[in-house]
Ligand binder design. Structure first.
Ligand SMILES: C[S@@+](CC[C@H](N)C(=O)[O-])C[C@H]1O[C@@H](n2cnc3c(N)ncnc32)[C@H](O)[C@@H]1O
Length: 232
């Protein structure tokens, strides 16, 4: 199983085992429905306080997740960008972005997850990165960003409140700035957004040029842009 989970290439054995990998990914992602049982910020913080140690280990079992995060950063982040990672958790996307961008700020509701993210950054000597323990709703940035990225945070937000979260992301950006999102698909598990939901929510918040890319069986990258001028 390790080999199949470790490579996406088309060697015959791996090709044969692809349906199993897909089924395992689907079963795992359906387990993330547990976020429905977290009705408040306090509940989310408590969950990650105890879950944080196993968090990275669990995701490390699926290279599709890591590759997807890299693809997100490749597509959304430019070299001179000031980047915000919303719901950064243990900093998996933050550290990838930090190897490319000028400056990266990670925000997260859970101080426990941020503690692990901070350790990662120190280990990698990434001096251009810092973290702030805050909810996205309460965050007041000290300046606008070129790019906002967010991975697997949206499923924690009730569907009716998602447009408002995208609106926060929109406000964090400079005109012409980019948003890049990574998560699973509502077509696979109902805590995630379907193609039409994500398009609708991003447009509602004011984003344009929405592009969706389905990758690695169950994952989806969404890219969009804040118009450079009000008329655009
Ligand atoms: C599933 S984890 C994803 C972490 C990381 N982005 C990743 O891809 O591994 C979701 C994270 O979102 C954070 N979160 C949930 N709701 C949030 C909110 N309203 N504001 C900021 N962070 C939030 C949680 O604390 C948690 O660390």
């Amino acid at each position: 199983m390790n080999q199949t989970m470790v490579s996406e290439d088309n060697a015959p054995l791996r090709k044969m085992l692809r349906p199993i990998v897909r089924a395992l990914r689907t079963a795992y992602i359906q387990g993330t429905s547990v976020v429905k049982l977290m009705p408040s910020e306090r509940a989310i913080q408590l969950y990650y306080k105890y879950r944080r140690k196993s968090y990275d280990l669990q995701w490390a079992m699926d290279p599709g997740y890591k590759k997807g995060l890299r693809q997100l950063v490749d597509l959304a982040v430019d070299a001179d960008d000031r980047v915000l990672d919303v719901g950064c958790g243990t900093g998996s996307a933050t550290v990838v972005a930090a190897t490319k961008a000028r400056e990266v700020v990670g925000i997260d509701l859970s101080p426990d997850m941020i503690e692990l993210a901070q350790e990662k950054v120190e280990k990698k000597c990434l001096g251009n990165t810092r973290f702030i323990a805050t909810s996205v709703e309460d965050y007041r940035p000290d300046g606008k960003y070129d790019t906002v990225i967010s991975s697997f945070m949206i499923p924690h937000v009730k569907p009716s409140l998602r447009p408002a979260i995208y609106s926060c992301m929109y406000n964090f950006l400079k005109p012409g700035g980019a948003v890049g999102l990574f998560a699973s698909r509502g077509e696979v598990c109902d805590v995630y957004e379907t193609r039409s939901e994500i398009e609708e929510n991003l447009h509602w918040a004011g984003f344009c040029d929405v592009e969706l890319l389905d990758v690695y069986d169950i994952y989806r990258i969404a890219l969009a842009r804040k118009p450079a001028t009000p008329e655009e």
